[in-house]
Design a protein around this ligand. Structure first.
Ligand SMILES: C[S@@+](CC[C@H](N)C(=O)[O-])C[C@H]1O[C@@H](n2cnc3c(N)ncnc32)[C@H](O)[C@@H]1O
Length: 380
């Protein structure tokens, strides 16, 4: 069996320390300083990478998001506005947002400051290359260094990357998944939870997995949401990711949880292969995010599916405009097929992806992205 350098390092650690909680295994797989999936040089996003994100599908995604940011700027009084993006990947989303804001709202663009919070040195380099045209308004910093700001805290497919504890409900008792190592590879063992925080999390949430079901707990996401609230003086948090409200995430039919592995556009369920060479993710619990935020002053404004969010921001009229600019019918069909991914359910990103908007010190405005289908103007 050929193993990666990270596989050997983790196996050595387990040989010395004993079995480690799955959350520690996932942390090393993604964030080991040299060999972690996000840390070493690699094309991760797009056709040449392991997975697509909405912003790598088409610039329209960032263009529509820009419309929402323009409205947020108006609601905040059109003063100093900082746009923070944590986990900007290749920088596609920020590039498309800034291109659209510069084109459609130049006065806002002039006032806009951007801060990127990125854990991966490789992605920081890629973002800098992608964003050269806008470099005069962009800074990078760690989350801790981020000063108090007014504006919007944006993330797209960040929270699904946070390492999760893996648990199973067995005979009415919560057990935690630990990772073991043998000559044949990694294995699993069920032990009492490594921290009381796991059972406390389900008490706090008011939902727990059913007997026999495996589930993930993203404690880091809850802590992160609370921390975001402390950084935001006034404004919005806009979190986009795949996930569900807690009752759906921990529903009886979800027997094996939601952990997924991505490598060269194939989705797998075995986290113990290609260690450090494949992405590991778990669906996001949006109830936990909204509840954690609400406890520390982030008012929930809306939680909606990505297709509704994009439709409300003018997806159809933009599709028609882009199609009208395309003379070649084959290209027009290609455009339709590409954009369909952003809004289609199941195989597309339309319903599994959710958008959570929270506000601090802004009341409860009815945002553009909340417009109901029935209220959208019919395209001419
Ligand atoms: C799936 S990519 C997101 C892609 C991007 N937002 C887009 O729209 O294409 C996840 C990103 O989050 C970054 N990341 C993961 N964990 C992070 C953390 N704790 N802090 C900051 N960035 C993180 C990764 O390096 C990567 O840039």
């Amino acid at each position: 069996m050929t193993t990666s350098p990270l596989h050997t390092l983790i196996a050595d650690e387990i040989a010395q320390r004993g079995p480690i909680p799955f959350v520690d295994f996932m942390t090393r797989c993604l964030y080991h300083p040299q060999h972690g999936y996000y840390m070493h040089p690699r094309i991760r996003i797009g056709k040449e990478g392991d997975f697509f994100t909405s912003s790598s599908v088409h610039a329209l995604f960032g263009g529509l998001l820009a419309r929402q940011l323009v409205e947020m700027d108006t609601l905040l009084g059109a003063g100093a506005f900082t746009l923070v993006e944590q986990g900007a990947g290749e920088g596609h989303l920020m590039r498309d947002v800034l291109d659209a804001v510069r084109r459609d709202a130049p006065a806002f663009y002039d006032r806009l400051q951007v801060r990127l919070v990125e854990v991966s040195p490789d992605n920081r380099r890629r973002q800098a290359l992608q964003l050269t045209e806008h470099s005069d308004r962009i800074d990078w910093c760690s989350f801790e260094e981020l000063p108090l700001f007014t504006g919007c805290f944006l993330s797209n497919e960040l929270v699904d990357a946070f390492p999760v504890h893996m648990v199973e409900m067995r005979d009415g008792v919560l057990s935690e998944v630990y990772v073991t190592a043998t000559d044949k590879g990694f294995g699993e063992l069920f032990l009492p939870p490594s921290t009381l925080a796991l059972a406390a999390h389900f008490d706090w949430l008011g939902v727990a997995p059913c007997e026999g079901n495996r589930a993930e707990i993203n404690l880091a996401a809850v802590q992160w949401m609370r921390a975001v609230a402390t950084k935001l003086q006034r404004g919005f948090a806009l979190t986009i990711d795949y996930g569900y409200p807690a009752v759906e995430l921990y529903a009886p039919h979800r027997r094996n949880g939601t952990l997924m592995c991505y490598h060269r556009h194939s989705a797998g369920e075995d986290p113990y292969v290609r260690v450090g060479e494949q992405d590991l993710t778990a669906h996001v619990d949006f109830t936990a995010l909204a509840q954690a935020g609400a406890e520390v002053g982030l008012d929930p404004i809306c939680l909606t599916e990505q297709y509704r969010f994009l439709m409300a921001l003018g997806f159809v009229e933009e599709l028609i405009r882009l199609e009208a600019q395309t003379v070649d019918p084959i290209q027009a069909q290609g455009l339709r097929m590409t954009l369909k991914h952003l809004i289609m359910p199941d195989e597309g990103m339309g319903t599994t992806f959710k958008v959570l908007v929270q506000g601090k010190g802004v009341g409860c405005p009815a945002l553009l992205c909340q417009r109901r289908m029935a209220d959208l103007p019919l395209p001419i």
